[in-house]
Design a protein. Structure first.
Length: 284
């Protein structure tokens, strides 16, 4: 891959739970012990090598987003952009986006995400206040990353249909039940999402949807290849989901799985998945 087409890791996280031990409530048991500690830009650089990276929110507060923007503003880190967080139910989403944009590194804010996967209401995305916020994101030129589980995918389809002005990015392919080997209704819903030109998808987070200790590449590839066939390389992008991926696989192993998923693609199409698609969708 040329320097101009260098790899983009479109999805990773940064945190230091030693400094903020109570900030990550989703780390709610011993299963998360390997994720505790510092996973900062230096550790990321050792894992990601010479890739450009997009840091994605892992807390539902703007303080984390401000920290990530400051990191992205440092040219000595791999981070070139941030998908942050605002309260999508607040009455003033445009003002909240403007406040982030005015902060150090604010010009590197490229999108917003919310933990919809943790919302009890499967129709949360379809709320009127959320719709207002999505419109504000589109007006500001920001994407919206969809973090949903399979029961919430139908609502994601409807919302993406209603908001063609919004650029949506599906994280982790909607978290298919790879460990259980379940294919439907996930596969059909992915086809419905991919039929919408304003939706893209990330090949990310798949190893942790399998059984962490005994997954096989053969279990994961059908899901990755189905999404790739539906969205096409021009709307599919690689993301490591580091450091969460380390619960099941190393950074390099995640890259190798994505490589195998793209084995039938031309070099130009591979460059799309591993860089150009993310640069276009996020406006890097």
């Amino acid at each position: 891959m040329s320097e101009a087409a260098r790899r983009v890791d479109a999805h990773h996280h940064l945190w230091d739970t030693d400094a903020r031990p109570d900030a990550y409530g989703w780390m709610d048991g011993p299963w998360a012990d390997p994720l505790r500690g510092r996973f900062g830009p230096d550790e990321l650089a050792r894992a990601a090598g010479r890739a450009d990276t997009i840091a994605v929110q892992a807390r539902t507060d703007t303080e984390e987003t401000l920290d990530l923007l400051a990191i992205a503003a440092d040219p000595n880190t791999p981070v070139v952009a941030v998908v942050g967080w605002i309260d999508l139910t607040a009455p003033d989403p445009a003002e909240r986006v403007a406040a982030l944009r005015a902060a150090p590194g604010g010009e590197l804010l490229v999108g917003v995400r919310h933990f919809v996967q943790d919302e009890a209401d499967p129709q949360w995305l379809a709320r009127a206040d959320v719709a207002r916020s999505l419109e504000a994101l589109a007006a500001a030129g920001l994407t919206y990353d969809l973090l949903v589980r399979e029961p919430q995918l139908p609502a994601a389809v409807r919302v993406a249909e209603r908001h063609p002005e919004v650029s949506f990015v599906l994280d982790h392919l909607g978290k298919p039940a790879i460990g259980a080997g379940t294919w439907q209704p996930w596969a059909d819903t992915i086809e419905r999402l991919a039929a919408l030109p304003n939706v893209s998808a990330k090949l990310s987070g798949l190893v942790t949807e399998a059984h962490w200790r005994d997954w096989t590449t053969a279990q994961i590839l059908p899901y990755a290849r189905h999404a790739l066939a539906c969205f096409g390389p021009e709307r599919t992008m690689f993301g490591s989901d580091w450091p969460v991926c380390t619960l099941a696989a190393s950074y390099d192993t995640v890259v190798s799985i994505a490589d195998l998923a793209c084995a039938e693609l031309s070099e130009a199409e591979r460059d799309l998945v591993f860089g150009a698609s993310a640069r276009r969708v996020y406006g890097l």
